[in-house]
Write a protein that binds this ligand. Structure first.
Ligand code: 4AD
Ligand code: MG
Length: 460
């Protein structure tokens, strides 16, 4: 197999190598040309040195522009430059394809807004290369964490008929002719003629199906795309995002919170330990001090607090919020951040929210007012994880489904789990892109996924 730039940079001087990649920069001096060649396998590029005198194919070198794909053969030598230990003294070269002046990623700095118009090319920049490497390593860390604990990786369906969060924010999947759909006798759309003979949607969460397998093989996790037709155009919301959802039989809310804390610490530490170079870049150029904040998260215990306690803290500061709160209010990002940044100065696990602002499947507390919900809030971002202990009592769950006006027949199978060998169980969901935002210090969630899909998104 051909060696990558990452592999070449790890070799000793004297090694004969063939290096391939794309020209990042080219610097011409009197006797030599310096070409920085990167292939995205690591943050650093390989410095290629071409000695003009006696180099057979100097015309190719002269023609080579930023962005050109190329190959160099030669010997590694000790580098005098301070940025790298070895460089390649080229003996021969090949250009696969040049890039002309219209190549958008010339040397000058481009804004993230500009790069969002060039989604197909932005992966070649330092920042987006680093984001995608961190994303991949974080995904691996997630699998490692759960696999080491004996959890099973479950793939839940993307097309579904049930609304897990009950919030009605689903994209409909249909093959009906929208210009002229078949009609029922009373004039409505006849979905029995649709592909699945009934209405279907893209999933907002794999949790409900996850529960069915947690009550079969005990501990599972899902990790896949989820879709929300939320009309919110914020820097923390996507219409298509990836979620990690563990679900554990015989777990209560405390067990769930313990697992969430251990999980976040493990995956963040894994990235710091295994990708220090990219993290150093984020620390220097994207958000100063981000690595220290992550270390802090890894080392310090998370604070645990009930919603009721948090409201008391927030009320003291109501004057400074855009949306003042009282008991029963939904907590917004500004409040989440205040609790974790100012009150606790650490990640916080908030529990026991009012039942009115949480989903139908959460276990009711004895007070009749709150449910066994938990959100993990982190400084700078707010909610990163949402979860709960699930209602395991058949009668209570059925009453809740009716109370919330959900279509009972769609949840029959889910109720069955409470009919046959029901157990206490719990789980949570981590927004994968939120975790990447937090780790890298990037500001906008659209910049931590290759092809962001969001409200009013018109571009590719
Ligand atoms: O809090 P949420 O809605 O919880 C659930 O979906 C549960 N079914 C999870 C479970 O208990 N298994 O979403 C979970 C997490 C949030 O904490 C947030 O990090 C992320 O998913 N998230 C989003 N990320 C990006 N864009 C969006 N529109 C998001 N909505 C939620
Ligand atoms: Mg939530």
């Amino acid at each position: 197999m051909k060696k990558t730039i990452k592999e070449i940079l790890a070799l000793e001087e004297g090694a004969e190598v063939v290096a391939t990649g794309w020209v990042r920069t080219k610097r011409d001096s009197k006797n030599v040309v310096f070409i920085s060649v990167g292939d995205g396998t690591c943050f650093d590029a390989l410095q290629v040195v071409v000695d003009k005198e006696g180099f057979a194919d100097i015309e190719t070198i002269e023609a080579m522009n930023t962005g050109a794909s190329c190959q160099f053969e030669g010997v590694l030598q000790k580098s005098l430059g301070k940025n790298q230990s070895v460089e390649l003294l080229a003996k021969s070269c090949r250009m696969f394809c040049n890039a002309d002046d219209s190549y958008p990623l010339q040397k000058k700095h481009q804004t993230f807004e500009f790069l969002r118009e060039k989604l197909h090319l932005r992966g070649r920049t330092n920042t987006f290369g680093a984001v995608m490497r961190v994303r991949s390593i974080l995904a691996y860390a997630i699998h490692r964490f759960f696999q080491e604990k004996g959890f099973f990786y479950l793939n839940t369906p993307l097309v579904t008929t049930s609304d897990c969060e009950g919030a009605g924010e689903m994209f409909e999947v249909t093959t009906l002719n929208l210009a002229n759909p078949p009609k029922t006798k009373d004039g409505g759309v006849d979905f029995s003629k649709d592909f699945f003979s009934k209405r279907a949607f893209l999933t907002v969460s794999g949790q409900l199906e996850g529960e069915s397998y947690a009550t079969a093989i005990r501990n599972i996790y899902t990790f896949g795309p989820t879709f929300r037709a939320e009309k919110s155009s914020t820097t923390r919301h996507l219409a298509e995002f990836w979620m990690v959802e563990p679900e554990m039989a015989f777990y209560d809310l405390n067990d769930n919170a313990d697992l969430a804390e251990e999980f976040l610490k493990y995956i963040f530490k894994y990235v710091l330990d295994n990708d220090p170079r990219d993290m150093e870049f984020f620390d220097k150029f994207i958000l100063e001090g981000v690595v220290d904040t992550i270390r802090h998260v890894i080392e310090k215990p998370f604070v645990r607090m009930t919603y009721t306690q948090a409201i008391k803290e927030l009320e003291k500061n109501n004057k400074s919020f855009e949306y003042p709160v009282k008991w029963g209010s939904d907590i917004q990002t500004e409040h989440e951040r205040y609790i974790s940044e100012t009150v606790c100065k650490a990640p916080v696990i908030l529990t026991d929210y009012p039942k009115e602002i949480k989903s139908f499947y959460m276990k009711a507390n004895d007070d009749g007012k709150t449910v066994r919900a938990m959100d993990v809030l982190v400084p700078r971002l707010g909610e990163i994880i949402g979860g709960s202990e699930r209602e395991e009592d058949y009668g209570k769950l059925l009453a809740k489904i009716r109370e919330m006006g959900l279509n009972e027949s769609e949840y029959e199978w889910y109720l069955d789990l409470r009919k046959f060998g029901s157990v206490p169980h719990a789980g949570f969901g981590l927004g994968f892109e939120r975790a990447i935002l937090y780790l890298t210090g990037m500001q906008n969630i659209r910049d931590v996924i290759a092809y962001p899909r969001f409200w009013k998104s018109e571009k590719k």
